[in-house]
Design a protein around this ligand. Structure first.
Ligand SMILES: [Zn+2]
Length: 102
C-alpha cells in the first residue's frame, strides 16, 4: 500500500467541512479523514502502511512506469489495464467472483 491515494472527490474532513488531505491515524488512535490543519492538530505525524495516506488530486498522479515485460506480474498487468480503460476491470472480476459464492 502506498502512502498516497489519488481522487478528485476527496472525503470531507471529519472535524470541519474542508476536503480531507489525509486519511490517517490520529494521535488518539482511531483513523480519520483530516484537512491539512486538522492533520497537523490530530494526525499521528506519519504516513504509510499502518499510519495513513495523503489524499491527492488525480492530476498529480505520476505517469505509470513501463518496465520490461519479465518484471511484470498479474497485479501490474491488471493495474496497467485499469489505467488504460479508466476503471478497475480487476475490481469488476473480483465482484463477479464474489457474486458466484453462494
Ligand atoms: Zn478539518
Amino acid at each position: 500500500m502506498g502512502d498516497k491515494i489519488y481522487t478528485d472527490t476527496p472525503p470531507k474532513c471529519d472535524f470541519c467541512d474542508l476536503p480531507a488531505k489525509v486519511d490517517g491515524k490520529t494521535n488518539q488512535g482511531p483513523w480519520a479523514n483530516m484537512c491539512a490543519k486538522h492533520n497537523t492538530l490530530y494526525g499521528c505525524g506519519k504516513l504509510g502502511t499502518g499510519y495513513g495516506q495523503e489524499i491527492k488530486p488525480t492530476s498529480e498522479k505520476p505517469a505509470p512506469v513501463i518496465r520490461d515485460a519479465e518484471d511484470l506480474d498479474m497485479a501490474d498487468l491488471n493495474e496497467y489495464i485499469d489505467q488504460i480503460l479508466g476503471y478497475s476491470i480487476s475490481n469488476f472480476y473480483k465482484i463477479q467472483e464474489t457474486d458466484a459464492i453462494p
